[in-house]
Design a protein. Structure first.
Lengths: 335, 1192
């Protein structure tokens, strides 16, 4: 029997499949189905501090805005005993998820204030999450904020959370940092055990007929994997930190590539939304078949094999290769 | 419910006792009693137990009549049952009250006593409603304060069981009902001790049961009815004694002692006032002020008004009394005197004290102020040798000269009482903050506290005035503050609209929320305000509270900020302690709404004091502007003489002679009001506007209008007057202007949302965009005035099926006081544009009767010929019948006119064809109506010169020959619930009437209580757990009648369809029913988004659009046409935009989920049924022509 096992955040996993933070993870029956299909761990959908605040303030506004204005109607809604605003629903779900499945449950958090990151991380730990993924979803659009400040903010929050909780920590990053390798090195020093590469931004599209800017989340595709492969391959063995790939993992071959680049795990959502969570079992079958055909014994055997440090031609990952590509292209056009 | 001090209002004080003592509670909303039912429903939803550990069953009925019937049934079934009501609601209960009393059944009805609709409706307080019940055989127990409301409620519940007489427990609506005071409510143990289980068991043994059957409610004949009616006498004779015993028992338990009649004042008094209700406290305060001056005066407070114990009254009156003034808070036109007066007169006569001179007077109708000055005037009047009997006090009656003079300067306000008045905007949270302040002071200090709140009758931009008193002495003052030592104005704009500082006493503190800092604010104040600050030597402080609130993400809610300033300046508490208490109260009030809400408010409190500044007041007033005049000098004489005073809040000064004697008021008066409530108004960009008219159609307040006109007229236009070339293909030679009424706009932004055009270079801009009103107001006023002078488009030239053309029809419903963004008023405006010059409107009580007819003004307007909708409101429950009556009257007079015409043919001289043409004419189009109107005019001219009785008769009814469009308008509470029986009957009558149901799916006007139009899963008052049952399908019921035109419309989803339905309904020669989707603030979302939400309602199948036109049968078509596509949007995507659904998803997610799934099934089931009906319908059988049944 071939060995698909790997480790992530200190957890031994039967295979490298992790369900990425997505709506799929917020449904208990889906959790059970994905575990039955072979999923090794799951990251819950992110708890957004800003959203919690916003929901509370919006509801407060809606309930109070017209109250005490007009003598026949001093309010327009019954005063409910409780409103369950705040993180309670999310925390309860962590508990339910822990009861529903045996695989590690990784909570995901997007904070808005330094206090919020720490408070909600602590609450997730208390609720029973096995690990925590800090989803640093931040678009630094302010021209006054430097790259250094942006990076320091990430480091500070990881340090703050690390100081408060004992759970393993992963940090989910975007691809748009000036010096990702350096940042990841600092994250490790700050207490992160893993980085998840890369966050997918909701990229607005233009509707030129109606002069609209649409914001919609499109499902990923395998082409997006290349950026991830590139960076995992560059980082593997150079920063001692677990690497998870998310964004663009769709096929068995995608998974194998991630492993060869040096990832500990792959995180999937779009493929599962498209094909259903049972799809994992088919991918596992295909991986086993490929390994059998190519006479691999274990995932460990291939992990990092095509990384910068181990690849036959590491220059392909760096700038010299870029120059070569340009040259080749020019020659091709001239011909 | 076992605490010592609580600060609460009279309604809550009462409801707590009633809830504890009841098993079945039947409710129906009516102001000012609604909150008692709401609280009972809320407590039941929270599973709070009654005295016996069970949760009372709280059931909302379809009317107060229904509630009384349900209570009657519950009592006959052996339960303890209660209800809460007022005014017309109580009148609807009277038939059952006779039955309940006749059957000697113990129960208590709690009444927030209110005026009765006579010459006009009033929601305010007096005793007219309870006095209309004094003959029903019920005991009547009156509370005079919030404390007494709790005490008497319990005494009533205990005494009804002992006496078997049912009790009306009442207190003054819109004083005691809404006054917040610190009281000591009876504890649960005290309540328990007062209710005797043995008596409950006896009540149960008298209940209907097949185990020991009997019949009750027989029909009795002359042989026995009389004797049987007299058989109850022993119970009534015993009742006063039972009540006194109960009061004594209560006194032992609580230390609060009451008597059937309580005396207060000089034991040797020669002059005494007898009265009941909240003003007793004011008279006591007056007596306390007069006695030290040697005045021998006293007060008899009536507690038990029925059964009237004359000996107890006589005992209460000192022997020294020479004269008595009985004050009635009611009016019985034509009676010898008001009821309490007559009762006292008879009582003194029967007890041998006829030598006491008794006079009667009326006071306080509709919450008219009754002050110590007025009480003193009554005592003074009693000194006269021949005092005026049947007097009035508090008004100036210059018609029948009943009124007594009084000296408004007389005041009894104590020096140790802090009196604070706050002027706020409804939406800024002022009242909420003040209610919290009272709680802090009342429950956390030794001080007594009282709060009373005066609200606006306008729903948009409404002003609130809070009156707060605090002090070491018990507070008896049941009147508004006139000498405040603290005045806070929470909105800078109020300073130019009204006399804010008129209430400030010399040396008072004045706190102003101001966008201008301490160094700039003086120059911005109106001259009068500057002068008052100087004359009264006020200490003046400013804070930019909006800035602080905005910095904390609290939008316009400045409540906690201003509250912090109040505590800091008033020093009712040490500053640090006050801030700690404010924060505690914030956590208590908002804690369950999330930490973020609490923290934002805390942060605002922390931020406040560094922004609070004292203003160094200059030595002289130098402002170049002053308070704005209430109305323009262009207004009609009546508006200037009468309406303007009411607008300025000075209506109390109007004498009787100024007011119409029969409730008739002029139309078209909102145009003079100029409320200036919008901070931003829409500004037109003519360069990109396509002149589609959508903004004009959706505007709820008719403040944005389009006109097409001859461009030569622009020669005299103001320099900044905007215009563009016409974009009507057939009228390209004309000019077009879209103009906003800057002083009437509410700033709701609906027009901007409706605008389909985007600026190509900057798509965030449209053809109209919101802009700060301040820099453009003056110019836009000039532009608007000029716009009004441009000629109206001739109606005959317009296509009324086109939104683009309809914008050119002058709205005859304008500038209403409805909420900003109201979803009802665009329909009424459309109605007025299409049919206004020939419409008569019967309007059910509710939102539409308030913004349509709440004085001082009405939005129903007139056109350039002086014609416009004639409007009237009868009641809530009878509107369909009322409208039918109007139709019958018109038809009858028209038939008579036609009869006279045919009889008078040939008698009108040369114009021989005129009568023939009038008899034959059936004008259907705008042109035909115009021609016909000219003929009627000609007829009237001819008749003027004739003098026979028949000619004079014809002249009197000639106008009824003109087409009349009768509209019966109301909300869903009327149509689905209280008025449904009448509506159903009128739909079946075949009469040519149009019923427009403005369906907000709740009782909007009384605060969002559930109606049968409320959909499944929506949270509403009386449905705190989400309505478990689906919305009644009124459209389907109407279709089932066969010969009714029915349409379901939503202007936000499809404006052309709405226009079409209105036109078809009006043209249909029988009854027509339009169900109009009406977004409302009770839905809980930003109404500027209502157009998108209406589209979502249609796309999700929540509100399918259809028309059912029986005329289609004649063409062999199905009557029903579905005018939208099958549901394509998940219902959830529509529902969860609205707080009424979302709140349940938060509070009870599992229930919300279940109800959502059921609601989804409702939607699909209904859609499939409609589809089947539209495709070959069972309903065709009811009205099918021989060739009917074809598929549409």
């Amino acid at each position: 029997m071939m060995d698909l096992s790997t480790t992530y955040l200190g957890f031994p996993l039967a295979n490298p499949f992790v369900c990425s933070s997505s709506p799929l993870a917020q449904d208990r029956s889906q959790l059970r189905r994905m575990e039955d299909a072979g999923m090794a761990a799951v990251v819950l959908q992110s708890l957004f501090e800003e959203q919690i605040e916003q929901e509370a303030l919006e509801l407060h506004h809606a309930l109070d805005h017209h109250a005490e204005s007009y003598h026949e109607a001093l309010s327009y809604f019954p005063d409910m005993k409780e409103y369950n605003l705040g993180p309670d629903g999310y925390l309860k779900y962590i508990e339910e998820a822990k009861q529903a499945v045996a695989m590690p449950i990784i909570g995901s958090l997007n904070g808005h204030t330094p206090g919020g990151w720490v408070r909600y991380a602590r609450l997730m730990q208390q609720a029973g999450a096995d690990a925590l993924e800090l989803n640093v979803y931040d678009i630094p659009s302010d021209p006054q904020v430097s790259g250094e400040a942006v990076e320091s903010r990430v480091i500070d929050l990881v340090q703050a959370v690390r100081a408060e909780i004992t759970l393993p920590l992963a940090v989910k990053l975007s691809p748009f940092y000036t010096a990702p390798a350096h940042l990841i090195q600092r994250l490790k020093q700050a207490g992160a055990q893993a980085v998840v590469l890369f966050n997918r931004f909701y990229q607005p599209d233009f509707d030129i007929d109606h002069l609209h800017v649409n914001h919609q989340l499109k499902l990923s595709h395998s082409d997006e994997l290349l950026t991830r492969l590139h960076w995992v391959a560059l980082l593997f063995g150079r920063v001692e930190i677990d690497l998870a790939v998310t964004g663009g993992v769709h096929t068995a071959r995608d998974v194998l590539k991630c492993m060869m680049a040096g990832a500990n795990v792959v995180m999937m959502a779009s493929a599962l939304i498209r094909h259903g969570v049972d799809h994992v079992s088919q991918l596992i079958e295909e991986i086993l078949q490929w390994m059998f055909d190519h006479e691999y014994e274990s995932i460990r055997q291939m992990q990092g094999s095509l990384s910068f440090r181990r690849a036959a031609d590491p220059s392909v990952f760096e700038r010299c290769n870029y120059m070569k590509l340009l040259r080749d292209a020019m020659q091709h056009r001239l011909m | 419910m076992s605490t010592s001090y609580l600060t609460l209002d009279g309604n809550e004080a009462t409801a707590r006792v009633a809830y504890a003592c009841s098993e079945v509670i039947a409710i129906y909303p009516i102001t000012p009693s609604s909150s008692m039912g709401e609280l009972a429903d809320q407590w039941a939803a929270e599973h709070q137990p009654n005295l016996w550990g069970a949760v009372p069953k709280v059931v909302e009925m379809q009317s107060e009549g229904g509630a009384a019937g349900a209570v009657h049934g519950a009592l006959q079934g052996g339960s303890l049952s209660t209800t809460f009501t007022a005014s017309q609601g109580l009148l609807l209960m009277i038939p059952n009250m006779y039955k309940i009393a006749g059957e000697l059944t113990p129960t208590v009805f709690h009444i927030a006593a209110r005026s009765i609709a006579a010459q006009g409706l009033s929601i305010f307080g007096d005793h007219q409603d309870v006095m209309a019940c004094r003959q029903t055989g019920w005991a009547m127990l009156c509370s005079s304060s919030v404390q007494e409301a709790a005490d008497m409620a319990l005494i009533a519940h205990a005494a009804t069981l002992s006496s078997r007489i049912p009790f009306l427990h009442f207190f003054d609506g819109f004083r005691t009902s809404h006054e917040i005071a610190r009281i000591t409510p009876p504890t649960t143990d005290q309540i328990r001790a007062m209710i005797d289980d043995r008596l409950i068991h006896e009540h149960r043994t008298r209940a209907l049961s097949p185990e020991h059957p009997f019949i009750r409610g027989t029909a009795q004949n002359p042989d026995v009815y009389f004797q049987a009616r007299e058989s109850v006498n022993p119970f009534y004779r015993a009742c006063p004694h039972v009540v006194q015993q109960t009061m004594d028992q209560y006194a032992q338990s609580t230390g609060r002692s009451y008597h059937l009649f309580d005396y207060y004042g000089d034991p040797e008094a020669d002059r005494v006032i007898v009265m009941m209700g909240a003003s007793c406290g004011t008279v006591e305060e007056t007596i306390d002020a007069l006695r030290p001056q040697g005045e021998k005066v006293g007060l008899v407070k009536v507690r038990l008004y029925r059964p009237f114990d004359l000996t107890a009254l006589s005992r209460a009156l000192p022997d020294s009394v020479r004269s008595v003034a009985v004050l009635d808070k009611t009016k019985e036109p034509g009676a010898i005197g008001e009821p309490l007066y007559l009762d006292v007169l008879a009582a003194l006569h029967e007890t041998g004290r006829s030598s006491i001179r008794v006079i009667g007077g009326r006071y306080g109708l509709s919450s008219k102020e009754f002050t110590p000055a007025m009480a003193k005037a009554v005592f003074d009047h009693l000194k006269q040798a021949w005092p005026k009997n049947h007097f009035t006090i508090g008004i100036h009656d210059d018609v029948t000269h009943t009124s007594l003079d009084f000296d408004p300067a007389f005041s009894t306000e104590g020096e140790r009482t802090v009196r604070a008045v706050f002027f706020g905007l409804g939406s800024d949270g002022t009242v909420s903050a003040n209610k919290n302040s009272i709680k802090i002071i009342g429950e956390e200090t030794d001080l007594h506290a009282q709060g009373y709140f005066v609200y606006d009758s306008k729903k948009a931009g409404s002003m609130t005035i809070s009156h707060l008193r605090f002090g070491p002495e018990p507070i008896k003052s049941s009147y508004l503050i006139s000498q405040a030592n603290f005045v806070a104005c929470h909105q800078f704009l109020f300073l130019e609209r009204m006399d804010v500082l008129g209430l400030a006493m010399p040396g008072a503190t004045f706190l102003l929320n101001s966008p201008f800092g301490p160094n700039e604010v003086w120059d911005q104040l109106p001259l009068k305000v500057q002068q008052q600050i100087l004359d009264k030597r006020l200490k003046f402080y400013v804070i930019d509270a909006l800035k602080v609130a905005t910095s904390q993400g609290m939008r316009g809610r400045i409540n906690t900020i201003m509250q912090t300033c109040f505590f800091a300046l008033s020093q009712v508490l040490p500053r640090e302690e006050a801030i700690e208490q404010i924060k505690k109260m914030i956590a208590k009030t908002y804690g369950k709404r999330g930490q973020a809400v609490v923290e934002k408010n805390w942060a605002a409190v922390d931020e406040t004091l560094q922004h609070l500044h004292e203003v160094k007041v200059p030595l002289e007033a130098n402002s170049r502007h002053d308070l704005r005049p209430a109305v323009s000098d262009q207004a009609p004489e009546f508006v200037r003489r009468v309406t303007s005073l009411m607008m300025a809040g000075l209506g109390d000064e109007l004498p009787v002679s100024a007011l119409p004697c029969d409730g008739t008021w002029p139309s078209a008066t909102t145009q003079w009001e100029k409320r200036n409530i919008a901070a931003e108004i829409p500004v037109w960009d003519p360069s990109i506007c396509i002149q589609c008219g959508k903004c004009v159609l959706v505007c709820p307040h008719a403040v944005i209008r389009g006109k097409l006109y001859d461009p030569q007229l622009l020669a005299t236009a103001p320099a900044d007057f905007q215009h563009a070339a016409s974009r009507w293909p057939d009228r390209k030679e004309l000019a077009y202007t879209l103009q906003v009424a800057p002083e009437d706009c509410t700033g709701c932004r609906l027009c901007v949302e409706a605008c389909p055009v985007k600026n190509k270079s900057e798509p965030r801009l449209k053809a109209i965009n919101m802009a700060d009103v301040s820099p453009i107001r003056s110019q836009e006023i000039i532009n608007w005035d000029y716009f009004l002078t441009l000629p109206e488009a001739p109606r005959t030239a317009l296509r009324t099926d086109s939104v683009k053309d309809v914008q050119l029809l002058r709205p005859l419903f304008e500038f209403s006081g409805a909420c900003a963004g109201c979803g009802e008023t665009p329909y009424l405006k459309m109605l007025s544009q299409l049919f206004g010059d020939r419409a008569i409107i019967a309007n059910a009580t509710g939102c539409s009767s308030i913004y349509g007819g709440n004085l001082p003004t009405t939005p129903w307007a007139v056109d350039e010929h002086g014609r416009g909708p004639a409007w009237s409101n009868s009641l809530f429950e009878d509107n369909a019948e009322f409208g039918l009556g109007i139709r019958l009257a018109i038809d009858q007079q028209q038939a008579y006119a036609r009869l006279l015409l045919s009889q008078l043919e040939g008698s009108l001289g040369d114009d021989s064809t005129l009568i023939h043409e009038l008899l034959e004419g059936q004008p259907a189009t705008e042109e035909e109506r115009q021609v016909y109107r000219e003929k009627v005019q000609r007829l009237k001219q001819l008749l003027q010169s004739k003098d026979s009785p028949r000619h004079r008769d014809l002249l009197a009814v000639a106008d009824t020959l003109l087409p009349r469009s009768v509209w019966i308008v109301g909300g869903d509470g009327w149509a689905y619930d209280i008025g449904f029986g009448g509506l159903d009957h009128v739909l079946n009558s075949g009469a040519n009437v149009n019923l427009l149901v403005l369906d907000t799916e709740v009782y909007s006007n009384t605060g969002g209580q559930m109606s049968k139009a409320t959909p499944r899963g929506a949270v509403a008052k009386f449905a705190a757990g989400g309505k478990p049952n689906p919305k009644k399908d009124l459209g389907l019921l109407a279709m089932a009648q066969g010969q009714v035109y029915v349409a379901r419309v939503a202007f936000g989803a499809n404006d052309v369809h709405t226009l079409q339905a209105f036109r078809e309904a009006e043209s249909y020669p029988g009854p027509s029913l339009i169900l109009a989707y009406s977004p409302c603030i009770a839905h809980g979302y930003d109404l500027a988004k209502q157009l998108d939400q209406a589209k979502a309602a249609v796309h999700s199948g929540y509100w399918p659009l259809f028309r059912f036109d029986p005329r289609r049968h004649e063409q062999g078509l199905s009557a029903l046409q579905l005018d939208c596509r099958p549901p394509s949007l998940p219902l959830k995507k529509f529902l969860y935009n609205e707080t009424r659904y979302l709140v349940l998803a938060h509070s009870e997610p599992e229930a919300a989920d279940r109800l959502l799934h059921e609601a989804e099934r409702d939607v699909m089931r209904r859609w499939h049924m409609y589809e089947q009906l539209a495709n070959g319908a069972p309903f065709q059988h009811a009205a099918a022509t021989p060739s009917g049944g074809a598929r549409s």
